[in-house]
Design a protein around this ligand. Sequence first.
Ligand SMILES: NC(=O)c1ccc[n+]([C@@H]2O[C@H](COP(=O)([O-])OP(=O)(O)OC[C@H]3O[C@@H](n4cnc5c(N)ncnc54)[C@H](O)[C@@H]3O)[C@@H](O)[C@H]2O)c1
Length: 264
Amino acid sequence: MAGFEGRIALVTGAGSGIGRAAALRLARDGAIVVATDVRGDAARETALLAGSGAVALELDVRDPASWERVLASLPAAPLGVLVNGAGVTGLGAGAGAAAQDPETLSLETLRAVLAVNLEGVVLGCRYAIRAMRERGGSIVNVSSRAGSIGVPGAVAYGASKAAVGSVTRSVALHCAGAGLAVRCNAVVPGAIDTPMWGALLGDGPDRAERAARVGAEVPLGRMGTAEEVAEAIAWLASDGAAYVTGTEIVVDGGMAAGPVARRG
Ligand SMILES: NC(=O)c1ccc[n+]([C@@H]2O[C@H](COP(=O)([O-])OP(=O)(O)OC[C@H]3O[C@@H](n4cnc5c(N)ncnc54)[C@H](O)[C@@H]3O)[C@@H](O)[C@H]2O)c1
């Protein structure tokens, strides 16, 4: 699908996983990609992979000053697309990791997760609306299945993603009410095999086996790929979705439909 020619597509969290796949996909469709990430090196790698005039900028989505710096250094073209892809789970074995069940979740972890996944998305939408006010555009937020179900071991993450659904609907109605040609939608990925799963799958020789076990719970029988989510992002971002705003596309291999009964 072409159609982004001459327009900037700014992607947050573009240094990895779904954000990177979205950046590459939008570049292929003709967008001038601005790959951003709190990890500048990772964003630069994505821009190199994207080619075709893509640029990389360091952006910490939690920080308004960081957003303002990035918006002030965009290439000279209208911002047509914002993909709010940056996200953290707060889970894992690494530094800063902490349990997230309702009894043990610390306020620090809750605030750290909300700062990226909720505040970062609200800030992104605010700055995008400003930049798109004259020429219109499309905002795509990356929510999660965890925002639509109870996730007792990931209270902060689930709450942050449920909030993304609400922010998406509010931004869509705000823009429509103001007569702006700015649409806002979300994708709702299920279990997508990206580095975000490192904490649960590890990176040892049994990673594939663990991923297969996660995939066995999915009606389509496997984890999804970042590229499969990027397909939905690209469509929501495109003019093909001109009549679509305030909604979500679920990309979860059928999980939202219910458990699957396998017959042979
Ligand atoms: N992988 C899944 O199964 C899955 C499922 C549902 C939703 N999601 C969502 O998809 C999005 C992308 O996740 P992913 O799986 O590609 O994970 P990932 O860890 O591969 O990528 C996330 C990226 O966000 C960046 N990031 C983290 N904090 C940031 C900040 N403050 N500012 C800017 N960038 C920051 C990271 O550096 C990283 O490059 C996230 O919002 C995630 O919650 C993922």
